[in-house]
Design a protein around this ligand. Sequence first.
Ligand code: C5P
Length: 240
Amino acid sequence: MSTPPGGTAAIVPAAGRGERLGPGAPKALRSIAGIPILVHAVRSLISCERVGLVVVAAPPDGVSEVRDLLLPFGETVQVVAGGDTRQRSVALALDAVPEENDIVLVHDAARALTPPALVTAVIEAVAAGCEAVIPVLPVADTIKAVDSSGTNVTATVDRSSLRAVQTPQGFRRSLLVKAHASAISADTTDDAGLVERLGIPVAVIPGHTEAFKVTTPFDLILAEAVFAARAARHPEEPGA
Ligand code: C5P
């Protein structure tokens, strides 16, 4: 598992069941245009020259299946067993990233069609000096808070300061290691949240609509349409 000094490694937590997608295979193994979601995500990462290593956290009972699926990528892609939470899966994959990778990305497998240009933009922002960087989009819908029963509105939230957060999230390796080491009892849904708990600033860059997370059956239909549109534009390289 060797990468050039000062390289970038990417971690892909893919050990979840993805139950919101309905019954069937784990989400990362569902297909878009006949290609598993996880393969799409890994392709978009390694099509960036600066990414020298991808470590995928697979469901503990599915490591060999995922390893077989990713075999065509060779040594660049490694597979480890994930944990019982997303955070634990990321921590286990981070353990497998050699120290010479001074930038580490964390990318949800479910963001299958993330444009490689977004991956590059995140890496460049970290390389330019931001210790933690996340891609974000403005929130289009009006956002309301509801009571604990979920049936009554308690407030309308000012959306002008809200952002929807995507991945890949990019970090100086040392900061991500520290954030995970201090996160034993934290309950965050992303890695930048752990960095925020340390009081360290997290920078934002513009996200991309096509980096959406495939979560529901509707998202799968959307992903098929996005992939088909790209294939029509770039028949040789639909991931571009
Ligand atoms: O469930 P959710 O969509 O928030 O999961 C985000 C990502 O974390 C998914 O890619 C999922 O596979 C991953 N995950 C994981 N290990 C877990 C649970 C989720 O790697 N135990």
